[in-house]
Ligand binder design. Structure first.
Ligand code: IMP
Length: 430
């Protein structure tokens, strides 16, 4: 199967970085197709930890990295990330990193608007990452954005940028109490960006089409997670892009039938950063313990992640929306030592049992999780390399997640390192 997708099945931070890094060994090309540097993928190789925000996690395996048209790109962040990786001997050739000429650019005014708008929302803030993601997607949909193809057009770009800066400055200063950005300074910075990034800019849809036609193996790396999808997530507490597998078609310019196997990433419990409903959230010692033992702090903003039990309603929703063929279950080791582990099997809403996630914000806030309790285990798991190496109750737990979600597991992760992994099925081989 030439194309595999890895998609977050919860609220993001499921450990996609590690799994994409492992699967990239079997891939030739790794592609981001939505989101931007709101994502943060942590990769641990040996004693070295690398966090990438924009460049696909396949970079450590030396694969061709593609940033598709559906991604919103902060070019300053991208240059910083590329140069850090180059200093470590990666991405040395320009053609190892490809940026879509149709990808939209995050400018300093987008970041300023994101931050000023969150401040203005006060207690009703969405808890965005403040990276300018939402304002850039808004401009894209309003047909008011600036893309890499525009940046490369030296003649028309200054007027486009001036026009944009003038309008955004009015919005920033008159409505949001923010500070204006300086057009001349942004223009000068953009000239540097153009020189630095022009060699990477290309029609990535054409590149991917040729790659797939010639049998190269392509891995699509999702950012965030299904419950943060702008249509299907916990709206309005979501990100501004579609995060589900269907977004690969539009965000990478690849026809839907070419997406082969879809792997859904989920933690063995649940976390969420930022505001918004979270039915299985724990406010007690168990929640604190998951946060401490799972080192649950955001890779992008460093914010503590909210923690709770595994929610099968959420992952079933992800299975349906993404067409999941397999699960990659991460952080099973974090559950070691719990005497009893709860799993949410369904919700109760106003006295009725429901199996799907409701759309209305008020209803989501009222749902009560219905739990099943499973026995825990005390043994450490980091040396397990097959399911048989796991203690009986850990095996039983994995089986319960498969049964409750209706999806078999392809991979179980028992630690942050590459080798701390049980690979049950290689999606490139299925
Ligand atoms: P934005 O994407 O910065 O606009 O933030 C919108 C919501 O999505 C906030 O609750 C963020 O915390 C959340 N979010 C954005 N990116 C990620 C991610 O990569 N992992 C987890 N949460 C994310």
């Amino acid at each position: 199967m030439p194309a595999v997708a890895v998609i977050g099945a919860q609220w993001g931070d499921e450990g996609k970085g590690k799994v994409v890094d492992i699967l990239s060994e079997h891939a030739d090309v790794v592609v981001r197709f939505q989101g931007g540097n709101n994502a943060g993928h942590t990769l641990v190789v040996g004693d070295e930890t690398t966090i990438v925000h924009l460049i696909p996690s396949g970079v450590l395996q030396g694969k061709t990295c593609v940033i598709g048209n559906g991604v919103v790109v902060d070019p300053w962040v991208l240059i910083g990330e590329r140069d850090k990786l180059r200093a470590r001997g990666m991405l040395v050739e320009d053609e190892q990193l490809k940026i879509s000429d149709r990808a939209h650019i995050i400018f300093p005014y987008h970041r300023a608007i994101d931050v000023a708008r969150e401040a203005m929302r006060g207690g009703a803030a969405l808890g965005t990452t403040g990276r300018g993601i939402g304002p850039t997607y808004e401009d894209k949909m309003a047909r008011d954005g600036i893309r890499f193809a525009d940046l490369l057009d030296e003649k028309s770009f200054p007027d486009m940028l001036r026009d944009s800066v003038e309008r955004k400055n009015r919005y920033l200063t008159e409505l949001l109490n923010g500070d204006a950005v300086d057009f001349q300074s942004v223009l000068e910075q953009c000239a540097v960006v153009r020189d630095q990034l022009a060699p990477h800019v290309t029609d990535t849809s054409v590149f991917l089409d040729k790659s797939l036609a010639s049998g190269r193996r392509v891995l699509f790396e999702g950012g965030q997670g299904t419950m943060l999808d702008v249509d299907h997530g916990t709206y309005p507490f979501v990100t501004s892009s579609n995060t589900v597998s269907g977004a690969i078609a539009t965000g990478a310019g690849v026809a839907p039938h070419r997406i082969g196997t879809v792997v859904g990433m989920c933690k063995a419990y649940t976390t969420r950063v930022g505001a918004g409903p979270f039915p299985t959230e724990l406010h007690d010692e168990d929640g604190k313990r998951l946060q401490r033992d799972g080192s649950e702090f955001g890779a992008t903003t460093g914010r503590p992640r909210r923690c709770g039990w595994f929610d099968a309603v959420v992952v079933r929703q992800a299975a349906r929306l993404n067409g999941l063929h397999g699960l990659a279950i991460t952080k099973l080791d974090v559950l070691t030592g719990f005497e009893k582990i709860k799993v949410c099997t369904a919700y109760e809403l106003d006295g009725e049992r429901i199996d799907c996630f409701p759309a209305a914000k008020a209803a989501v806030e009222r749902v009560q999780p219905i739990y099943e309790e499973l026995p825990g285990w005390d043994e450490t798991l980091d040396r397990a390399r097959s399911l048989e190496d796991l203690p009986k109750n850990a095996r039983r737990y994995v089986k319960a997640l498969e049964d409750l979600t209706g999806v078999p597991s392809f991979l179980v992760s028992v630690g942050a390192r590459r080798r701390e992994t049980i690979l049950l099925r290689n999606p490139f081989a299925s």
